[in-house]
Design a protein around this ligand. Sequence first.
Ligand code: PGA
Length: 251
Amino acid sequence: MRIKVIAGNWKMNNDLFESKDLISRLLNGLINTTANCEVVICPPFTSLSEASAMIKGSTIKLGAQNFHQEEIGAFTGEVSAKMLLSTGCEFVIIGHSERRTIFMETDELINKKILRAINNNLKPIFCVGELLEEREKNITEQVIQRQVLKGLENFSVGYLKNLIIAYEPVWAIGTGKTANPQQAEEVHHFIRKLIERHFSQEFAKSLRILYGGSVKPDNSKDLLAQKNIDGALVGGACLNADSFLNIIKSA
Ligand code: PGA
């Protein structure tokens, strides 16, 4: 049985005060709900420590949105995996399409980050997804295959037990256009089969694959009902406590 994960990627939103407010609302909303899914919030770096203190003892878990691939050193302005761990982070998003396109992150860099995260006991939420042009050219599967296999190159299966993959079609991120449940399920199924062929059947069965891209309370139920969709990575809709709570309820 794969336990669903609902993760909120706050992106560059919410200063410390706004973060505290949103977390209080989420905690209040979750008091009387027995969420039978894992709930993860990924606030900006500046809110991680405070978030960690606030969610202690609750069902909410903490993740970060990024970090630097090197362990330590002269990298002005960067944050290491160990630093994230010390704030109480359990998860980290790697390879988000905004990092790939705006910050030029390559598959090779993403591969290094996954390794660094795992070596520091952080659970990677590894994002893959095709651009609109790629979907229109019918090369979605090739793109996803390249991203997944390059990102996981040289890993043995035992190393990847805490990995989560998030399929996020780039054309659906922040656009209000969601992949319909069938379109999403097709790619999730493809990813699971790919993992089965390249790693093992057992690992493929246990691997959680989240969908992301304009997930909202009114579409989450249908998406999450698909056989190979094990949760959601939510952007815009996680910034509002009620809508994030409603997505959690739909899981
Ligand atoms: P969105 O973002 O829900 O606003 O489309 C999802 C994401 O970027 O992870």
